[in-house]
Design a protein around this ligand. Structure first.
Ligand code: 5GP
Ligand code: MG
Length: 190
């Protein structure tokens, strides 16, 4: 599919399943190399990162454990609320080498809040792996050690990412087709 419509909006293909598979394998290799002598604990931020986590964890060839957390800074729309709500229980990460698995790091508010929350339990280290990093949108410094793609601020759906609950199941990643503003032409007579 080269485009999809979800609710009232249309999206065009941005990253194909083949590109995603290739990049996830590269990220898995990087993690494998960096954690060869450690046992990372993947903390998966659901729902968004669950598809990425399944692909990634199956390819990371080191002993590891995983847990899921819920954190949301987005409401039903496309703008970050700037406030992070945690749902469910926080896993015990004391002394662990944690890798937070996220779908997108946009302003960075969510990841920073998760890092701060997990840091209270004194893990040994915390790293971040994300499908997409949007460095230009970061409002505060946040280091995303592992990412499949970097891009500007386009709104994406698919591969776990939703628009108002829809589109998570899409195997490719799509970007919003922005409305083209109506052109007004002015005629000037000299
Ligand atoms: P941040 O707190 O970094 O601004 O936002 C992070 C969260 O907002 C992500 O985990 C993701 O759930 C959501 N988000 C950010 N950008 C996008 C996007 O382009 N598409 C979708 N579907 N969600 C996004
Ligand atoms: Mg998210």
């Amino acid at each position: 599919m080269t485009s999809v419509t979800l609710h009232d909006l249309s999206f065009r293909l941005r990253f194909s399943r083949a590109e995603i598979v290739e990049r996830v394998a590269e990220v898995a290799r990087d993690i494998h190399a960096d954690y060869a002598d450690r046992e990372p604990m993947f903390v998966v931020v659901v729902n968004g990162a669950m598809f990425f986590a399944v692909d990634l964890l199956r390819l990371v060839d080191v002993p590891c454990t995983m847990a899921c957390i819920q954190a949301s800074s987005y409401g039903a729309g496309m703008q970050s609320k700037g406030v992070v709500d945690f749902g469910g229980l926080m896993p015990n990460v004391h002394g662990k080498d944690v890798i937070i698995v996220e779908d997108i790091v946009d302003t960075g508010t969510t990841v920073r809040a998760i890092q701060a929350k997990l840091a209270e339990q004194l893990p040994r280290s915390i790293a971040v792996a994300a499908v997409v990093n949007k460095p230009a949108a970061h409002t505060e410094p946040v280091h995303v050690q592992y990412r499949c793609f970097e891009m500007e601020s386009e709104f994406l759906v698919g591969y776990g990412l939703d628009y108002a609950g829809r589109g998570r199941e899409l195997t490719d990643i799509y970007e919003l087709i922005a409305d083209v503003p109506t052109q007004t032409t002015e005629t000037k007579s000299n």
